[in-house]
Write a protein that binds this ligand. Sequence first.
Ligand SMILES: [Cu+2]
Length: 84
Amino acid sequence: ERGETVRITFVNDTAFPHGIHLHGHHFYELAADDSLGDLRDTTLVAAGESRDVLCVFDNPGRWLIHCHMLSHAIGGMRTWVEVT
Ligand SMILES: [Cu+2]
C-alpha cells in the first residue's frame, strides 16, 4: 500500500550479473550490516549473490521491475508491483 516501506531481496542464482531496475521509485541498497547505502533506481546483483534494498512505495500505480539487459527482460526477467 502507498507509503509502505518494503525490504526486497534480489537473489541472483545465475552465472551472470544483472542490473535490476525499478520504475517509479528509488530505493536504498542495504549493506551486510543493514546500514543504508546509495539511493538508486537500479542495483547490480553479481552472479551467485543477493542484494537487499529498502524502498518506500509512495507512488501509486503499476511499476515494472526488470533486468536492464533487454535480452534478459525479454527472456522473462521482469515482473511488476502495484502500489495502491
Ligand atoms: Cu539480466
